[in-house]
Design a protein around this ligand. Structure first.
Ligand SMILES: Cc1cc2nc3c(=O)[nH]c(=O)nc-3n(C[C@H](O)[C@H](O)[C@H](O)COP(=O)(O)O)c2cc1C
Length: 303
């Protein structure tokens, strides 16, 4: 079968040409950046997380390379949802667009969701950023707050709503269940893990914010376990994320139970061609094993 047909997926009613989605925060800081990734073959693209007001973020340095990954402490810099939505309106994107949003409480989440809804195909609620005080993971580690915010947004909009989860909790399935109960159309797992790097020369933390979120190959096994556990616990679709760089990483995440996968840090190491390379690897895998994509999803649970 042609690669095009083999890789098509439907996710909470969204039709995508393939299961690869640009992760939030990488290349998605402008609509032009999203467009470039869409043209590189991603089936979906996620915006940088957008909040109710413009926000500068943390002081530099914001990113540091560590063993098998990167630490980042951007601090959710963004131009504010109104500005980004008006820019997004001007661009025709050839991929499903996920609008990532953050806020302090359910009222703010509702307002940001309402502003962004007309310009995107789905919303991703960032309940998982590990380095922004009183935002992100501060909310996403508490099931009652997750339930409150997800249900507020689900009632507010008429597009699919995904909850992006933090792995920095004792049981990610508890948070996933709260999102499902509140009506989320799917979950995204995982955001970065908290980490820190100290310069032995200056004897100071390297990041301006001192600590940040770890991404890349170092967190891939955590992502696989999170997706695997969520697949056992939930009935809604799961988008996998975390250190997906090779075809094997991608298939592994699908076998754990992801319906689609986000790619972020791999762009820093491989470049944007990573979307074409992963799609072509996946198509060859399916072809050589005479399997459809849907047969792969969650297949590791049969053992
Ligand atoms: C520089 C950078 C910025 C990020 N910004 C965001 C963000 O704004 N919102 C969000 O939900 N996740 C953000 N993330 C997390 C990614 O979307 C993703 O969940 C995580 O990096 C794991 O995937 P990866 O290992 O493929 O990068 C960011 C990650 C990086 C490296």
């Amino acid at each position: 079968m042609a690669e095009k047909k083999l890789l098509e997926v439907e996710l909470a009613g969204l039709k995508m040409a393939n299961p690869l989605i640009l992760a939030s925060g990488i290349m998605g800081t402008t609509p032009g950046g999203l467009n470039r990734v869409a043209r590189e073959g991603a089936g979906g693209v996620t915006t940088k997380s957008l909040g109710p007001e413009p926000r500068e973020g943390h002081p530099a340095p914001n990113v540091v390379k560590v063993t098998a990954g990167y630490l980042n402490a951007m601090g959710l810099p963004n131009p504010g949802v109104e500005e980004f939505a008006s820019e997004l309106k001007e661009v025709e994107l050839e991929a499903a667009v996920f609008g990532s949003i953050f806020a302090h409480n359910d009222d703010e989440f509702r307002r940001v969701a309402r502003v962004l809804e007309p310009t995107v195909d789905a919303l991703e609620l960032n309940l998982s950023c590990p380095h922004a005080e009183s935002l992100g993971a501060a909310i996403g580690a508490r099931p009652p707050l997750v339930e409150e915010i997800v249900s507020a947004v689900v009632r507010e909009v008429n597009i699919p709503v995904f909850a992006k989860l933090t792995p920095n909790v004792s049981d990610i399935t508890e948070i996933g269940r709260a999102a499902e109960l509140a009506g989320a159309d799917g979950v995204v797992a995982i955001n970065t893990l908290p980490g820190m790097s100290i310069d032995v020369g200056t004897r100071r933390p390297i990041l301006g914010n001192k600590s940040g979120g770890l991404s890349g190959p170092a967190i891939h096994p955590v992502a696989v376990k999170s997706v695997y556990d969520l697949y056992e616990a939930l009935s809604i679709p799961i988008i996998g994320a975390g250190g997906i760089e090779s075809g094997e990483d991608l298939v592994e995440t699908l076998l754990a139970g992801a319906n689609a996968c986000q790619v972020g840090t791999a762009i820093a190491d491989t470049g944007m061609s990573v979307f074409r390379e992963l799609n072509s690897w996946l198509a060859d895998y399916l072809d050589s094993h005479q399997m459809g994509l849907s047969e792969l999803i969650g297949a590791a649970h049969d053992y």
